[in-house]
Ligand binder design. Structure first.
Ligand code: NI
Length: 397
């Protein structure tokens, strides 16, 4: 990693590690982040960064005003933990039974606090303003959307937003970047088919919802295979079917539950629309009543080209060209940073957290997940340099 005055600062490195361990030891679940938020607010106050606590005490927004009237850059970290019993055996393992920072949000929070500390020391040279978004409920109901609704992107108006996620696929000192579409949009759907019960020996007297369900399942396969370009990544999965009670009776009700993943808003509208129309029209053709309930979840995470170019350039400078990996595929998982990318030119990237020279042991969301804490300083260096680079941009560029 490229060294400068503050990345060589051993005290900062030690502080990052101890901050991360404190947060790791005291994880809070989605929508219950009050203790973590209070810890963050206290740190920002120590740094003399004015902050506001939002969303019933679960979220913190700090605003660091520089000297110049340049752009406003928002940096986001998700702060919630998962309902997992930690099994790492670490001396600073979670003290909250059944709750664990298994997705690295302890590292994200620490990196953002570290960036706040470094940037606050430069406040007299900053050509613009930096807002620090400590966001709750990434793992559940979409805290990003709620923060945006609460006004975090205004007063002052934010021009760009950056976020990162640690990723054990990469070693410490490596960065994973992807231009454009990065994570999928997610929608859930329930299809309820209502027919008429009868004895299995007299199907003509009933209306068999299991046969209707089978036709709907088959017809839905044509959405991806026949109506979406083979070069697009899209998913329609039905994970659950429930209908009928005994073998010799016509089922009067069958329910299908599934998910849809798409990579942009146009595809999302098309696929969710087709699933609804096909289910309803197959049902109609077979005389059954079909009710489709579409439950939208996170939107697609799409990196802005101009912001991406800045982040890629900074990454090459900070970790070296050979350590920047351009990911060739988007992920069909989800990330609620999506809501920021839909509102402002933004960029999200992956930060390596695996000890160099070791194999990947376990993935995120595993009870034995751990990180190499050297990734914390790399994350701080990247977010500080990204911020400084974006602040040199003219507004709206
Ligand atoms: Ni996560």
């Amino acid at each position: 990693m490229k060294q400068n005055e503050w990345t060589k600062d051993g005290a900062l490195k030690q502080k990052l590690i101890s901050t991360r361990r404190t947060i790791h030891q005291h994880p809070s679940l989605s929508c219950h982040e009050e203790p973590t938020a209070a810890f963050i607010a206290k740190r920002l106050e120590e740094l003399e960064i004015p902050c506001e606590v939002l969303l019933d005490g679960c979220s913190v927004v700090g605003t660091l005003q520089g000297k110049g009237d340049g752009p406003v850059v928002g940096l986001r970290a998700d702060i919630d933990a998962l309902p997992i019993q930690e099994e790492t055996g670490l001396e600073f393992a979670s003290q909250n039974p059944g709750v664990m920072h298994a997705c690295g949000h302890d590292a994200h929070t620490t990196i953002l606090l570290g960036a706040a500390e470094v940037l606050s020391g430069m406040r007299n040279e900053l050509n613009g303003t930096v807002k620090f978004f400590f966001q709750p409920a990434e793992e559940s109901i979409g805290g990003a959307q709620r923060m945006i609704e609460a006004g975090c992107l205004e007063n002052p108006h934010v021009d760009y937003v950056l976020g990162l996620h640690i990723n054990p696929a990469f070693e410490v000192g490596q960065v994973g970047l992807r231009r454009g579409k990065m994570y999928a949009a997610s929608d859930m759907f329930d299809i309820v088919i209502r027919g008429k019960g009868a004895h299995g020996a007299h199907p003509d007297e009933g209306l068999d919802t299991i046969v209707v369900a089978a036709n709907i399942v088959n017809a839905l396969q044509s959405v991806i295979s026949r109506r979406v370009s083979p070069f697009e990544s899209t998913i329609v999965t039905i994970g659950k079917i429930q209908g009928g009670t005994v073998r010799n009776q016509i089922a009067d009700r069958t329910e299908l539950n599934g998910i849809i993943r798409t990579l942009d808003l146009k595809q999302r509208a098309f696929v969710t629309g087709r699933v609804r129309e096909i289910a309803e029209s197959v049902g109609k053709g077979l005389d059954a009543s079909v009710e489709v309930n579409m439950i939208p979840s996170y939107g697609p995470t799409i990196n802005d080209d101009a912001v991406f170019d800045v982040v890629a350039d900074v990454a090459q400078r900070v970790v070296g060209e050979e350590n920047v990996f351009y990911e060739d595929r988007p992920e069909l998982g989800t990330e609620d940073f999506a809501y920021f990318t839909l509102e402002r030119p933004s960029c999200f990237f992956h930060l390596g957290c695996r000890t160099p020279g070791t194999e990947k042991q376990v993935d995120l969301h595993n009870s034995r997940f751990t990180i190499d804490e050297d990734c914390l300083m790399v994350g701080v260096a990247l977010q500080v340099e990204n911020t400084l680079a974006l602040l040199r941009h003219k507004k709206g560029e």
